[in-house]
Ligand binder design. Structure first.
Ligand code: ADQ
Length: 472
């Protein structure tokens, strides 16, 4: 079996991978089995650029991590990745902060990563790059003579071509993607958006098997919905810690129910809309006052980006005003926790909550939706209220699917979830559990790697040289 080379913005700590959840665990297991390398940014910044990474050997696996300069951190990470690509790919053109220096920095870091990584590659390796930070990596690796198969998985959505075309670099981005052998997306919508872009803006020739022919190479693009380690998460949920147990018992005695939301504090997650919908629920059903509360856990992320500071302020204001208006001396409608929580605690909190409220405005997949389902007691499960714009909604049809921009509909769905009879809850949960178990973290990884390693049908006719720049 070929060695596996994983490349991601940050290298997971392989000794702690259980802590980081399904993705890191799944990939770490595959690496340990096949041997290989995990390469990425060390998370540190240095004054002078360096091509000397920190290398650690753990059995058959090497982790190779490289610091970047403060300027690269600003241009590549805070700038192009998180102030341009993240909003653009989440359909938020209004939040894109485009600056030419950012794109230059993005290419510079990808060039550096490719140069350093190429020293660690062996001829038979299979390379798998992850996410929007690394779109140009394959093109740069090819410049270093890399002929190995290289796959790419996009964890976030891929926007429709009409939106992508608003970016000054759309052509470069898609040209770079077409240097991979396999491009994986979370959903059919994303794969279709990509396909439409390629058909409309490049001269890559579509082949009968659904792939494209680019410079005589076959490039495949498909949907590989990511999953979680269902069993591991269920086990975690079954053994609540003392504080969660006491909190649950207290609510039980008082006859109170809990709606839960867990997200990184990000504008794509629809948090203000969610709080407004909860307030609308209480206006719609005043009898629920004192009987139901909303627990939102949202740790800070990317605080260097202005849009994140704004969303934080908005949420604090909303929580304060809703609680100020409705709270009683023995009941707080919204409990808002602005920090990270251990995964075991999260799992137990999911199990102890009657509604999982997962309403991003746009999300690649959303693993919280899957974790909420995995954590439930099948005898007395809670109900998942899920945004139609989360990638997860493509598979999780038995959730209550809502439009996160429609406050009234979300409030009505919360009411429906709280009133849902046991038999219906069990039936929906059974179907959801079956679906997330079928498409779990292992299945995701195996199907991607099997497709990446499947040989191309050769020889391929040339399309005469990839993109025709004049077609832009
Ligand atoms: P994220 O945007 O980070 O991931 P998500 O899929 O929900 O979104 O994963 C978040 C993970 O962090 C979950 O495992 C969750 O339990 C954990 N988490 C969230 N809040 C936490 C807290 N307070 N404390 C501890 N852990 C917390 C990106 C894409 C998603 C895609 C994933 C995987 O944006 O769409 O599903 O990658 O591909």
């Amino acid at each position: 079996m070929s060695r596996l080379v994983i490349v991601s913005n940050r290298v997971a700590d392989l000794r702690q991978s259980q802590q980081s959840g399904g993705l890191a665990v799944g990939l770490a297991d595959a690496l340990k089995e096949r041997g290989g390398v995990w390469f990425g940014w060390s998370g540190e910044t240095v004054d002078k650029p360096t091509e000397e990474p920190v290398v650690e050997q753990l059995g058959k696996v090497e982790t190779v991590s490289l610091p970047v300069t403060q300027r690269d951190f600003s241009d590549y990470y805070v700038g192009y990745a998180n102030s341009v690509l993240w909003p653009l790919f989440h359909y938020r053109l209004d939040l894109v902060d485009y600056r030419p220096a950012y794109f230059k920095g993005y290419l510079r870091v990808n060039r550096l990563f490719a140069k350093v990584l190429s020293r660690f590659l062996e001829p038979g390796d299979v390379i798998w790059a992850h996410d929007y930070h690394l779109i140009p990596l394959a093109a740069q690796l090819r410049k270093h003579g890399c002929r190995q198969r290289i796959g790419f998985f996009l964890h976030i959505p891929f926007p429709p071509p009409e939106l992508l075309a608003a970016s000054p670099n759309h052509a470069e981005l898609v040209d770079a993607l077409l240097q991979y052998d396999l491009i994986g997306f979370q959903t059919q919508t994303d794969a279709n958006n990509f396909r439409r872009y390629v058909e409309q803006h490049t001269d890559a020739a579509p082949a009968p098997d659904g792939s494209f022919v680019v410079d005589g190479r076959s490039v495949r693009a498909d949907r590989f919905p990511i999953g979680i380690d269902v069993e591991a998460f269920r086990k975690m949920a079954e053994t609540p810690q003392e504080d969660v147990r006491i909190d649950t018992m207290r609510r039980h005695i008082l006859g109170r129910r809990q709606i839960i939301g867990v997200d990184r504090l990000d504008y794509s997650k629809g948090l203000p809309e969610r709080m407004k919908a909860f307030a609308r629920l209480l206006a719609l059903k005043p009898e629920l006052e004192g009987k139901v509360s909303f627990l939102q856990i949202a740790p800070p992320t990317r605080e260097d980006v202005t849009a994140y500071a704004q969303i934080r302020e908005e949420l604090e204001h909303l929580t304060g005003s809703i609680n100020g208006r409705l709270a009683d001396f023995n009941w707080t409608p919204i409990r808002y926790i602005h920090r990270s929580v251990p995964r075991e605690t999260l799992a137990a909190l999911f199990r102890a909550s009657q509604v999982g409220f997962v309403t991003p405005l746009r999300d690649g997949m959303n693993l919280v939706a899957k974790e909420y389902v995995a954590a439930q007691d099948p005898e007395d499960p809670g109900v998942l209220v899920l945004s139609q714009f989360a990638g997860a909604a493509e598979e999780m049809r038995e959730a209550l699917i809502v439009n996160p921009y429609d406050t009234d509909e979300m409030a009505r769905s919360l009411a429906q979830a709280l009133e849902m009879p046991l038999a219906e809850r069990q039936e929906r949960h059974r179907a959801l559990l079956a679906s997330i178990s079928r498409q779990d973290a292992q299945a995701w990884m195996r199907s991607f790697l099997a497709e990446l390693e499947r040989p191309a049908v050769a020889p391929l006719p040339s399309n005469g040289g990839g993109r025709v720049a004049a077609m832009r």
